[in-house]
Ligand binder design. Structure first.
Ligand SMILES: *Cc1c(COP(=O)(O)O)cnc(C)c1O
Length: 430
C-alpha cells in the first residue's frame, strides 16, 4: 500500500504529519483526507458527463455519517442517502438540502416516515407493501406529496469476487420481481395522486470487484422498465443502481477504479434502451465505501506487547473493535504502517491487537512492521467506511475524535467522547 512521508520520515495524510495529528488530537483518531473524497466524487461525475447521461451521485452516508461529511458532499452538488431518522436529522442539521436526500430502509417507522414527509425529502425509496400503506396514510394526514423510487430484489447478488444471478431472491430488501410483487407495488403507487413514481432501484451488494453483477443489474432493471412501459404505460425516469464498488484494503486487493463500474453500467443501460426501444432514464448511483473508505485512516498508539515463545507477538494499541468492528465482525483485512517511519525496514510480524475484552479483538491478524516501542503511532489504512459509523462504546470506551485534513490544514469535525458523555443518559436507580 502506497503512503507518503515527509522530511521527518513520518506518514503524511493530505500533506499533514500523522504523528503530529496523533499527538495534537490524541488517539485513537480517525482522519479523513478530504481531497481524496472529492477526487473520487469528481471521477464518478466525469464519467457521467463524458457519456452524456442524466445522473446523480448519491453518497450512501451510512458508510460515514457526520455533519462535516454532509457539508462536503453538498459543496459538490451531490445527493445523499439516509437509512434512518437519525441520519436524516444529521443531514438536515448540516444544512443538506432535503430535496437531494433519498430515504432508504426496509422497516421505516411511522415516525421516520412522518419526519421524512414533513421535511420534504426528495425521494423515499419504497421497500415493501407495509411501507406503502404507512406512507399513504402519512401523506394524507399531512396533505403532502412525495416522490418515490421502488426498490426491487433483482435476483442478483454480488460478493467480492463472484456474483450470482439466481441467488438473493431470498432477501429482506425490496419487492420480488418474478412473483409479481413489484408490478403490484407499482400499480398501487400509480393509483395514488399524492405519489410520483420516479423509477426503480436495486443494490446488489458491497465491496464488489467484478463488473458482471452490475451488467446484469443494468439489464434486469431495464427489462423491468420495458415491462412496466408495456403493461402500465409507465415511463421509468430514474434507474438507481445502488453502490457497492470495491476498494483496495490490502496489497492483495486489485479492484478496478470505482468509476469503471459506472462506465460499464452506463454502456449497458444505453444499449438496453436502444434494444428495448425505451427512453434512456437518468442513472443514479449510491457509492458509500468507495467515496470515504480509501480517504480514511485510523491512528493508534502502541502500548503493551506480549511475546510468546514459538508464536507471533501480540502488539496492542489503544483502540480496536469499538472504533472498527469490521475485522472482528467479518474478518475484514486491512493494511497498517508505523506512522513514525512507514518506510523503515520490516523486522517482524505481529498480531495487531485491540484493547477490548474479547479475544477476537484483533485488528490485523498478521502485520509486518519495523521494530516498535510504546508510544509509537500505528496508522491503519483505508478505514474510512463502516469504521467510525459502526463505532460503539463497548467496555465504556469513548468513541474517537474525527479530523478532516485539506489544503495543509487539519480541522476537528467530531469531538472525542468524554467520560461525562458516557454516563449522560444514565439515570440513578437507587
Ligand atoms: C449500503 C448501501 C449502499 C452503499 O454501499 P457501498 O458498498 O458502501 O458503496 C448503497 N445503496 C444502498 C441501498 C445501500 O444499502
Amino acid at each position: 500500500m502506497e503512503v507518503t512521508t515527509n522530511d521527518n520520515r513520518h506518514l503524511t495524510i493530505g500533506g499533514i504529519d500523522a504523528v503530529n495529528l496523533a499527538h495534537k488530537y490524541q488517539t485513537p483518531l480517525v482522519v479523513y483526507d478530504v481531497a481524496q473524497i472529492k477526487a473520487q466524487i469528481n471521477a464518478f461525475k466525469r464519467v457521467f458527463e463524458e457519456q452524456q447521461v442524466a445522473y446523480e451521485v448519491s453518497y450512501a452516508s451510512k458508510a460515514f455519517c457526520a455533519t462535516a461529511i454532509y457539508q462536503v458532499i453538498n459543496t459538490l452538488g451531490c445527493h445523499t442517502d439516509v437509512v434512518s431518522g437519525g441520519e436524516l436529522a444529521t443531514a438536515l442539521k448540516a444544512g443538506f438540502p432535503a430535496e437531494k436526500i433519498s430515504f432508504h430502509g426496509n422497516n421505516k417507522s411511522i415516525a421516520e416516515l412522518e419526519y421524512a414527509v414533513k421535511s420534504d425529502v426528495g425521494v423515499i425509496i419504497v421497500d415493501n407493501f407495509y411501507e406503502i400503506e404507512l406512507l399513504i396514510k402519512v401523506l394524507r394526514e399531512q396533505n403532502k406529496n412525495t416522490r418515490v423510487i421502488l426498490r426491487v430484489t433483482p435476483g442478483i447478488s454480488a460478493h467480492t469476487h463472484e456474483y450470482d444471478q439466481t441467488g438473493q431472491v431470498d432477501s429482506k430488501f425490496g419487492f420480488d420481481i418474478d412473483s409479481g410483487q413489484a408490478d403490484k407495488a407499482l400499480e398501487q403507487l400509480l393509483n395514488e395522486p399524492n405519489i410520483e413514481v420516479l423509477g426503480l432501484h436495486a443494490h446488489i451488494g458491497s465491496q464488489i470487484f467484478e463488473l458482471g453483477g452490475f451488467e446484469l443489474v443494468g439489464q434486469k432493471l431495464m427489462q423491468i422498465a420495458k415491462h412496466w412501459q408495456d403493461k402500465f404505460g409507465y415511463e421509468t425516469k430514474v434507474l438507481n443502481v445502488g453502490g457497492g464498488f470495491g476498494i483496495k484494503y490490502t496489497a492483495e486487493d486489485t479492484p478496478l477504479a470505482p468509476e469503471k463500474f459506472v462506465e460499464k453500467i452506463i454502456q449497458v443501460v444505453k444499449k438496453q434502451a436502444k434494444e428495448l426501444e425505451i427512453s434512456l432514464p437518468a442513472i443514479w448511483i449510491e457509492p458509500g465505501r468507495s467515496i470515504v473508505g480509501p480517504a480514511g485512516y485510523n491512528l493508534y498508539t502502541v502500548g503493551a506487547r506480549k511475546d510468546i515463545p514459538g508464536h507471533l507477538p501480540y502488539l496492542a494499541v489503544d483502540g480496536g473493535m469499538g472504533d472498527n468492528i469490521r475485522p472482528a465482525l467479518y474478518q475484514a483485512k486491512y493494511a497498517a504502517v508505523l506512522a513514525n517511519d512507514p518506510k523503515a525496514k520490516i523486522q517482524e510480524t505481529v498480531h495487531l491487537a485491540g484493547k477490548y475484552c474479547e479475544s477476537g479483538d484483533i485488528l490485523i491478524d498478521e502485520l509486518a512492521l519495523p521494530k516498535t516501542k510504546p508510544g509509537d503511532i500505528i496508522a491503519m489504512l483505508a478505514t474510512g467506511a463502516y469504521g467510525y459509523s459502526m463505532a460503539s462504546n463497548y467496555n465504556r470506551n469513548p468513541r474517537p475524535a474525527v479530523v478532516f485534513v485539506e489544503n495543509g490544514q487539519a480541522k476537528l469535525v467530531v469531538k472525542r467522547e468524554t467520560y461525562a458523555d458516557l454516563t449522560h443518559l444514565d439515570q440513578p436507580y437507587l
